[in-house]
Design a protein around this ligand. Structure first.
Ligand code: HEC
Length: 102
């Protein structure tokens, strides 16, 4: 029993490091609709990074329905995803890492 608790404590301490990984957030929540460089159901991260700021990306994830018109989309298909602040910041930074000109 003690060992189980110890093991859980160790696993728990590893969790924050993982949730700080933008690639992991991408694979968990975005993959399938967005790909890194190829256009899938939604625009690619390369495309998004070329025209949006960190704040814009965060705002879109927070509330796609409120943002899609301002971003020039005809439809609002992307669902509102339940990411925490950390995950949202990580994925926004990850998307911006696909910006070509730097
Ligand atoms: C069910 C499919 C789906 C999922 C899951 C999804 N998206 Fe989207 N996303 C879209 C589509 C389609 C669009 C195009 C506009 C629309 O329909 O809302 C879009 C648009 C966007 C935009 C705005 C693009 C622009 O620059 O105009 C951002 C930013 C974005 N998605 C980020 C994400 C992130 C980050 C995740 C994962 C945390 C994610 N999306 C998950 C389908 C999805």
């Amino acid at each position: 029993m003690k060992k189980t608790i110890l093991l859980l404590a160790v696993l728990w301490s590893l969790l924050p490091a993982q949730s700080l990984d933008g690639k992991k957030v991408f694979e968990t929540y975005c993959w399938g609709c967005h790909h890194q460089s190829a256009v899938a159901f939604g625009p690619s991260f390369t495309q998004i990074a070329s025209k949006r700021t960190f704040e814009e990306i965060e705002a879109y994830i927070l509330d796609p329905k409120a943002m899609y018109k301002a971003f020039g989309h005809q439809r609002s298909v992307m669902p509102k995803l339940d990411l925490n602040d950390n995950e949202r910041a990580c994925i926004a930074r990850y998307i911006l890492s696909f910006k070509k000109d730097h």
